[in-house]
Design a binder for this molecule. Structure first.
Ligand code: AMP
Ligand code: MG
Length: 426
């Protein structure tokens, strides 16, 4: 879709009866955001070793069978099951030895076998391998101690992947196993979407930069640091535009520059209705942006839309709210923009919470929790303590969000709660 549809959302002419910008559920906000995303289309060919975290721009077909040849899954003896009785006590004569990486050129006759190591190519005429532990061996004669099954312990050519088969589809996020998988096919270069460029800046007269001394009334600009970390973990190109005072001219030039050089612009602060919050005016003037009050805590105000061709996310100012809104809305949207059509949402698990929880109904809360194994090795969760949206240490201590939906109210210790694991994400 296009900015056209966002303008319909802004003007209320989109035909959705239950659209209420002042009370937007988390789930609905996610769905609306999904509607307006235009993923990257440009791609580049890169070395396999540089592709971790990148997104495939085409389907990749297997250029070969994997494995490439029939081979043994065990250290043992290869023979043709048709030629002999598959009894315990059957005897065969060893005529050669095959190591992994070497082939046996001869052909097996009835009553003959070849000593074979794991990964060794199956000799012509052999279809079965008996494990070395299942035979007695004397000089060049083996005797089965157990009846083998026909074709056992053989890995067939193409059993893992067949020549021409789709190995991974366009939109796949490259992980460690995929590097190995492509290496196993001999693929050295792969086509991936170009990196998403994300520009971000903080807003607020009260912000001091790390390294400066702090005057009364000032706070250090921490949001730019958490954003830097979260964006870097996602493998995008980060463009740090700095901390911008609440000055309309400076905010305007930063916003416009950011929207020209990046695919995505993220700002923090200035989207609530504080006196010096100029962002709303600027965004209305230069973009197609909706302002939502999300029924969630932390993270109530959220602005979303387009400024020029850039996708824009206006996150709240409070440090925990920045991280929560990033993971609940921005992450998934960015994965779509990066070229993953159906990103997997963060999985949610149910676990017992060991403490009472205070919670108001009517909004989704993302409390910070610590998942731990109790003395019986059962995984449980415990809130980190004070849950204010400015208490960033709660995010540092946490290894999960405790997700409490709109219908949930106060909970007693022992209740089941939903958690989203942060490990591997932050
Ligand atoms: P705002 O949404 O601009 O009204 O900001 C809400 C709260 O978040 C205020 O207490 C700000 O001081 C704080 N805040 C805003 N931006 C930052 C930042 N970059 N780093 C740390 N705190 C911030
Ligand atoms: Mg502010």
């Amino acid at each position: 879709m296009t900015t056209n549809s966002i303008s319909k959302l802004i003007s209320g002419t989109h035909g959705m009866d239950d659209y209420d910008p002042n009370s937007m559920s988390v789930a609905k906000a996610r769905l609306y955001i999904r509607d307006y995303l235009n993923p990257i289309t440009e791609s580049e060919l890169i070395d396999l070793l540089s592709s971790l975290g990148r997104i495939l721009a085409t389907d990749i077909l297997s250029p070969a069978n994997v494995p490439n040849y029939d081979n043994s899954a065990m250290d043992g003896y290869a023979f043709n099951a048709d030629d002999i009785k598959l009894n315990a006590s059957t005897e065969l004569t060893i005529i050669a030895t095959v190591f992994a990486g070497k082939a046996f050129d001869g052909t097996l006759a009835a009553g003959e076998c070849v000593r074979i190591m794991t990964g060794g190519a199956m000799p012509k005429g052999a279809d079965t391998v008996i494990m070395q532990e299942r035979v007695q061996c004397e000089a060049n004669i083996i005797r089965f101690t157990e009846a083998p099954k026909r074709t056992m312990n053989v890995r067939y050519a193409g059993e893992d992947l067949k020549l021409g088969q789709v190995v991974l589809t366009s939109g796949h996020l490259m992980r460690a196993a995929d590097l190995g998988l492509f290496a196993s096919l001999g693929i050295a270069k792969i086509p991936v979407y170009r990196k998403l460029k994300v520009a971000f800046f903080s807003t607020g007269d009260e912000l001091a930069s790390v390294g400066q001394s702090l005057e009364t009334g000032q706070v250090y600009d921490s949001n730019r640091y958490t954003l830097h970390g979260m964006l870097t973990r996602m493998g995008v190109e980060v463009i740090d535009m700095g901390a911008i005072p609440d000055n309309p001219d400076l905010l305007q030039s930063t916003l416009l520059t950011a929207s020209q050089i990046a695919d995505v612009v993220i700002s923090s602060g200035g989207v609530s209705v504080g006196e010096a919050d100029y962002m709303k005016l600027l965004l209305t003037k230069h973009g197609q942006v909706v302002f939502w009050k999300i029924a969630m805590k932390p993270g109530r105000p959220l602005a979303y839309g387009k400024v020029g061709n850039a996708h824009y996310f206006g996150l709240p100012g409070n440090p925990v709210a920045v991280m929560v809104t990033f993971y609940q809305f921005v992450r998934e949207a960015m994965l779509v923009l990066m070229g993953q059509p159906q990103p997997t949402p963060l999985p949610v698990f149910n676990v017992e919470c060991t403490e009472n929880i205070k919670k108001m109904t009517g909004r989704t809360e993302f409390q910070r929790g610590v998942l731990f194994a109790d003395k019986d090795e059962i995984w449980k969760v415990k809130p980190t303590g004070a849950q204010g949206s400015a208490i960033l240490s709660s995010m540092s201590l946490a290894n999960c969000f405790i997700v409490l939906d709109e219908a949930t109210g106060n909970l007693s210790a022992g209740a089941l709660v939903q958690v989203q694991v942060l490990d591997g994400l932050v």
